[in-house]
Design a protein around this ligand. Structure first.
Ligand SMILES: *[C@@H]1O[C@H](CO)[C@@H](O)[C@H](O)[C@H]1NC(C)=O
Length: 157
């Protein structure tokens, strides 16, 4: 084999091997409804026996259409969470939902979302939202903020 052909082959192989083909493994089961009464301790909830799962495990009459009372809150907001504690069918799915009601000038104090992304929409009123970066190349913390109106959407990476 000529040296140039050999070099070309090596370069081609290097190109091939540098292309990683990776993905998350497919889930092993369609769902893992939380068994909150299991004595087994794991990071999360173990799965309820799939044969005993029913539609109620995926349902919550949460009345999210109803406004919440914001008068008792010191920060002027009331968060209604729908996570695995309220809806066992959410176990392992990596998704949850919240309704937040704000009093005029109310707020949701600064907080973090380790390894989680939030997307938000405004159903009524106007909301000032934003997030601050923590890992800018120039060691600064940059604020990304917007004033949202009814129907607007904002994502918090
Ligand atoms: C949130 O609203 C609900 C329903 O209006 C009320 O029962 C609850 O006390 C409120 N929570 C706070 C922290 O104000």
């Amino acid at each position: 084999m000529a040296a140039s052909t050999y070099l070309l082959l090596v370069a081609f192989l290097a190109l091939l091997t540098s292309q990683a083909i990776a993905s998350d493994p497919s889930p092993l089961q369609d769902f893992c409804v939380a068994d909150k009464h299991s004595p087994v301790n794991v990071n999360g909830f173990v799965c309820k026996d799939p044969m005993t799962v029913n539609a109620d495990d995926f349902f919550k009459a949460a009345k999210l259409d109803q406004p919440r009372d914001t008068t008792k809150s010191k920060v002027g907001s009331n968060v209604t969470l729908i996570n695995v504690m309220q809806l066992p069918g959410l176990n392992t799915l990596g998704i949850s939902l919240a309704r937040i009601d704000y009093a005029p000038l109310g707020q949701n104090p600064p907080h973090t979302h380790p390894r989680a992304t939030e997307i938000l929409t405004v159903l009524e009123g106007t909301l000032y939202v934003g997030f601050v970066t923590s890992n800018q190349a120039d060691n600064t913390n940059k604020l990304f903020s917007k004033v949202l109106n009814k129907g607007d959407v904002f994502v918090f990476p």
